[in-house]
Design a protein around this ligand. Structure first.
Ligand code: ARG
Length: 283
């Protein structure tokens, strides 16, 4: 694939029900990307990785957002923080209020103040957390509510703190599959009223909650999830997702969304996809 971009159709009738809104994203160039430790099952510090390829794939993702009319802002990558490219873990931002993060793992701890400073320097109100939360990796705005994952990284205690800080109802979802350790690896918010997800990544109770809230959800299969297909970014009409997730792309188009496939396979070696590289700034 020349540019790592595949553009899918979106001309079905139901596509007219979905509206795109321009987004403001914060990204971090993977200048210092590496796989030198293992804090999730995708990471193998003994396997080869290609930093230059990771940078090219990331540039292509950034260009995809620009082509779609979105704004991309950048935070300076810091040496010694190989996972800083995963900006989704840097904060959760709703209505200009920023809930800063606290990482579970020491390897990523120093990213938290860097992201908090980026927001403070731009005049945002930053709320410091008392409990472990890994930002939009586990906390996703879906219309008026926040869907919040727990089980591996973000603590359950942080969910109450998140509701107080961001002033939106928080719905707790229990993650049960170590491969899908962040909510954004198992669930994608498509628009204000719908999501795509992998049921088996959630506890039986959380599956029932998701069925109740989203009866028309797009259901991903195991192959989609295994290429981090659900780690996708939607603007309400176009879903940017790993190009390897062909079944999910088809299901999304059948549901009326447009799809754009990107290749970020090098970043997947650290357990991340397009969404992990993208923090939405809702000013
Ligand atoms: N290696 C990183 C970690 O384990 C990957 C983070 C992926 N980010 C995400 N939003 N799912 O923390």
């Amino acid at each position: 694939m020349n540019q790592g971009i595949v553009r899918g159709g979106g001309s079905s009738v139901s596509a007219m029900n979905t509206t795109a809104s321009p987004r403001r994203y914060l990204m971090c160039r993977p200048t210092h990307f590496a796989v030198t430790y293992r804090i999730n099952p995708w990471m193998d510090p003994t396997a080869p990785y290609d930093n230059a390829l990771a940078v090219r794939q990331w540039e292509s993702l950034r260009q995809t957002y620009l082509d779609l009319g979105h704004t991309v802002e950048l935070i300076d990558p810091l040496p010694g923080l190989p996972d800083m490219v995963f900006s989704a873990n840097g904060a959760t931002v709703v209505d200009g209020r920023v809930l800063a993060v606290q990482f579970r793992d020491a390897e990523r701890a120093d990213e938290a103040p860097a992201y908090a400073s980026w927001f403070r320097e731009r005049g945002f109100t930053v709320i410091e957390p008392k409990h472990t939360n890994e930002g939009e990796g586990d906390i996703l705005l879906a219309g008026d509510v926040l869907l919040a994952g727990t089980g591996f990284r973000t603590s359950h205690a942080s969910h109450a703190e998140t509701q107080e800080a961001l002033q939106r109802p928080v719905i707790t979802l229990q993650l049960v599959d170590p491969a899908y350790y962040h909510l954004d690896t198992a669930l994608c918010v498509l628009d204000d009223t719908n999501i795509a997800y992998l049921p088996s990544a959630f506890s039986p109770g959380s599956q029932a909650v998701l069925r109740q809230l989203y009866p028309h959800a797009v259901i991903a299969n195991a192959e989609d999830a295994a290429v981090l297909g659900l780690n996708a970014v939607s603007d309400g009409r176009t879903v940017v997702l790993p190009e390897q997730a062909t079944h999910l792309a088809g299901a999304l188009r059948a549901a009326g969304y447009q799809t754009v496939g990107v290749d970020v396979s090098e970043l997947r070696k650290a357990g991340g996809g397009p969404k992990c590289c993208t923090l939405e700034v809702r000013a």
